[in-house]
Structure formats: structure tokens, C-alpha cells
Design a protein around this ligand. Structure first.
Ligand code: ADP
Ligand code: BMX
Ligand code: ZN
Length: 317
């Protein structure tokens, strides 16, 4: 049988059908248009499923089940999306049940970063190493942890929110309520904000020439770095240091064999690696880091949907 996974994002719905060996059979993407509210978005989710089935020349009965990767917070056991900040109007939506009523096959729901972790564990950089951590460095920082071969999602599927573990108790207040969270220092958004601050202060840099409409992104900073820009070099060395600090904490907590870095900022993996790894080495028990490899994630934009598809083998009884 085949597996179907839907990645419900704030900007796009990405749906795939894969074999149980992780081979891509078909995929389809629609914009989420989240402002139109849950009913319309769910309609588009259904549409993507019918489209991937049609493209693969398959019937619903050929599917083991459907999995959904959703932004948190959610209740994975009950299949309910609670109230994600980037999905306006979504309050306690019984998404798994709604899709089961439509397709009459099992539907599983899980946090999007946990799904990406599952996908990388089975078919990507994790390579089924039993103790594996995935970190996405994107707009925010999120993640997922595989412990002893199983996804660890905690009491109510909110484990491994690495972005909101504090790395500075004196830091500024985060939108989550805590202070000095990891993602306030090392996410793509943070890197862009640090760049904007320096340029506001009058620092010379090509970053502002690269930025479209004056809006600086993390990607612009990496481009400036490649052009030999001094400010970009400082900012990216700082970024690598912050990543090292946060990753050292994760290593002390999980003692993983492999850590995979995904998300847009991980495109700069090779640039970040030397300072990041030096910082990790300085800040971990040698024994906790011994033998641990930090690598770039492999599955890119499809990891959420692929991991969602896998939910039906992982959590089926
Ligand atoms: P999302 O947060 O929506 O999942 P991404 O994983 O693409 O999206 O992460 C977006 C962040 O990654 C932005 O801060 C963006 O500037 C940054 N980014 C995107 N591409 C690159 C790149 N090639 N190099 C460095 N940073 C990048
Ligand atoms: C935030 C939080 C996490 C998420 C992480 C990375 C929201 C909407 N998201 O910390 O749940 O895993 O960002 O998310 O509160 P991304 O969209 O930047 O990849
Ligand atoms: Zn926070």
C-alpha cells in the first residue's frame, strides 16, 4: 500500500504520496491562503489529496492512511489543531476526523517539525540511527527528537520545541513568554534583525544593496558574506556561535548519534560549520558529544509531508 502525507503550512499546502520505502510517487502544492479560514483551507487540503491520487493513478483504497503535519500547538492523540498563530481562525479544529469522514481511511496528525524529524530519520540524513535529532533553522527554530528509534513527542506532542529553550536568562522577552530564547538569537529572522540593526546604526555593507525593497533577509546576509562583506562575516560568525550554544544544550539533553540541520538557514551549513562545531566542542561534555555527527538535512521542502505520510506506519497498531 501507499502512504499520503499533507504538510499544512502557513503559506502552502504540500501533499505527497510515497511508497513505504520513501520513494516519491506524486506531489502537489497549493497556496494555503490562511486568511480565508479553516473551512476553505481544509477544502484545499482535500483537493491536493485527490490531485496526488489522480497523478499517481491510484484510488483512496490504495492508501494505508493519510498523515498531516501541522503547525503547533495541537493535540496529536486526538487529532485536533488547537490554535496555531499562523493559521487565523483555527480553534480546536478536529482535522483528523474531518479528513477521515471525507476519505474513510485512518488519518494521523503530528507537529510539523516532528514530522520532518521522522522523515529525515527514515529516509534522509538520520539514516535510522536510533538516537537522532532534527533541528529546523528557518523563520523560527523548531525540531524533533527520535529516542531509541521512536519519535519522542512528549505528553501532548509538544516536545522538542528547541527554539524556545532559553540561552540567555537576561534576554529580551520572546513571544512565547520566556526570555532570551534560542530562536531570538539564531533563527533566520534573528540574523536578519541583527543585520538591520547594524545597518541602521550606519554600518557600511553590501547587504542593503542586495535586500529587495529594503527588507533584509538571512539569505541576503549569506549572499553578502560570499561577496566578502565585513559586516556579513561578523554576523554569520555570530550566528554560527549562537547555533553552537543552542546545539550544545540539545546534545547535553539527548546525547544523539546524529543531528541534522534543516530549514532555509541550513543552506549555509558549510559556512556555519567550523565555528558552530568549535562552540559545540567547547560547551558539551566530551562524553555526550563523542561520536555525534552534525550534518545537513537531506529532504528539503518535502520533509514535513514525507514525515506525515510515515505517521501511518509509525503509529498504526
Ligand atoms: P519557513 O520558516 O517558512 O519554514 P524556510 O525554511 O525557507 O521557511 O526558512 C526561511 C529562512 O531561511 C529565512 O530567514 C530565509 O532568509 C532563510 N534562507 C532561505 N534561503 C536561504 C539560503 N539559501 N541561505 C541562507 N538562508 C536562507
Ligand atoms: C517556532 C514555532 C515552532 C516551529 C518553529 C520553526 C510557531 C508557529 N512555530 O518556534 O513550533 O517548529 O518556529 O518553524 O509558533 P518554521 O515555520 O520557522 O520552520
Ligand atoms: Zn520563546
Amino acid at each position: 500500500k501507499f502512504l499520503c502525507g499533507i504538510d499544512l503550512g502557513g503559506t502552502k499546502i504540500n501533499t505527497v504520496i510515497i511508497t513505504n520505502k520513501g520513494e516519491m510517487v506524486s506531489s502537489y502544492t497549493l497556496p494555503t491562503l490562511a486568511h480565508e479560514g479553516p473551512e476553505k483551507v481544509i477544502q484545499r487540503m482535500k483537493e491536493t489529496v485527490y490531485k496526488v491520487l489522480e497523478d499517481a493513478k491510484l484510488d483512496v483504497s490504495d492508501l494505508e492512511g493519510i498523515g498531516v503535519a501541522s503547525p503547533g500547538p495541537l493535540d496529536a492523540k486526538k487529532g485536533i489543531v488547537l490554535n496555531p498563530p499562523n493559521l487565523p481562525g483555527w480553534i480546536d479544529i478536529t482535522l483528523a476526523k474531518i479528513l477521515e469522514d471525507e476519505f474513510k481511511i485512518p488519518v494521523k496528525l503530528q507537529n510539523d517539525a516532528n514530522c520532518a524529524a521522522l522523515a529525515e530519520y527514515y529516509f534522509g540524513a538520520g539514516n535510522r540511527t536510533k538516537n537522532f535529532v532534527y533541528i529546523t533553522i528557518s523563520t523560527g527554530i523548531g525540531g524533533g527528537a527520535i529516542i531509541d528509534g521512536k519519535l519522542y513527542d512528549g505528553a501532548n506532542s509538544n516536545a522538542a520545541e528547541f527554539g524556545h529553550a532559553s540561552i540567555n536568562f537576561d534576554g529580551e522577552k520572546c513571544q512565547c513568554g520566556s526570555y532570551g530564547c534560542f530562536e531570538m538569537y539564531a533563527s533566520g529572522t534573528a540574523l536578519a534583525n541583527f543585520a538591520a540593526k547594524e545597518i541602521e546604526k550606519g554600518r557600511e555593507s553590501v547587504i542593503k544593496d542586495i535586500a529587495k525593497d529594503g527588507k533584509i533577509t538571512a539569505k541576503d546576509v549569506f549572499e553578502a558574506y560570499k561577496m566578502g562583506d565585513n559586516l556579513a562575516k561578523e554576523l554569520i560568525e555570530r550566528e554560527a556561535f549562537y547555533l553552537g550554544v543552542g546545539i550544545a544544550n540539545i546534545i547535553m539533553n539527548y546525547n544523539p548519534e546524529v543531528i541534522a540541520l534543516g530549514g532555509g538557514v541550513a543552506n549555509g551549513f558549510d559556512i556555519l560549520y567550523p565555528i558552530m562545531i568549535k562552540t559545540v566542542e567547547e560547551r558539551c561534555y566530551k562524553a555526550s558529544f563523542e561520536g555525534c555527527k552534525i550534518v545537513k538535512a537531506k529532504l528539503g521542502q518535502n520533509s514535513g509531508a514525507i514525515g506525515a505520510a510515515v505517521l501511518n506506519i509509525v503509529f498504526s497498531k
